[in-house]
Design a protein around this ligand. Structure first.
Ligand code: HQG
Length: 183
């Protein structure tokens, strides 16, 4: 039995965001992988992997968070955001709405209240434009804790915000003074 598309998608996320060496490939400075090399590398990594260009295109097209993009002629592919390795995915600097949202786990409360939001293993802190999305992000970490982020105030104070092509808001850090805990 070959791997399901879901399993292949998880592996793709690992390769394109965190560990290209898992498929024996390299990403360029903008996070792009060569599609042919990627396919060959995934198939060589494990004999149960059986991916081809059609499957790869299906993963990209059907991904529920639009995590990946091809370049125009579909010779290159990259993750839109979420990296832990230092690549420049040419994020667009955009002025955010007055408020953004960050859902997380209750277990992180004390630490976040002390030092604000920091990127942890990723390059940016990830924020959501609406509460519902933030709830789903937060629930991944156990009992939900929600923060309202005073993004408008942050912009006034010179902080920069970026929006990934899939709508996720990114910023380098959110000091605690810009966080309002939701009870
Ligand atoms: C927490 C998923 C202690 C932070 C989602 C978060 C998102 C702190 C965790 C995307 C902290 C990192 C990102 C501090 C932040 N002390 N904990 N000072 N500052 N944290 O998974 O935001 O499926 O790296 O609150 O949908 O949960 O990967 O970040 O709980 O868009 O495409 O440290 O990942 O998308 O966890 O999620 P993560 P996240 P994908």
């Amino acid at each position: 039995m070959g791997r399901s598309l879901q399993e292949l998608s998880k592996f793709l996320s690992l390769i394109l965001r965190h560990k290209p060496s898992a498929a024996n490939i390299e990403l360029d400075e903008h996070g792009w992988a060569n599609v042919q090399e990627l396919i060959a590398g995934i198939n060589q990594a494990d004999q149960n992997n059986n991916i081809d260009i059609e499957k790869l295109e299906e993963i990209v097209r059907t991904d529920n968070k639009q995590r990946y993009s091809f370049n125009e002629d579909r010779t290159l592919i990259r993750a839109n955001q979420g990296h832990s390795i230092p690549v420049d995915v040419e994020l667009e600097e955009v002025e955010p709405p007055e408020y953004l949202w960050h859902g997380t786990g209750q277990k992180f409360m004390e630490s976040i209240d002390n030092e604000g939001l920091v990127p942890k293993s990723r390059l940016y802190v990830h924020l959501s434009g609406d509460e519902e999305t933030a709830i789903n992000v937060g629930k991944r970490h156990g009992k939900l804790l929600m923060y309202k982020v005073l993004s408008g105030k942050m912009v006034e104070d010179g902080y920069k915000f970026y929006r990934s092509v899939n709508g996720v808001w990114l910023t380098k850090k959110v000091p605690a003074e810009y966080l309002e805990k939701q009870e």
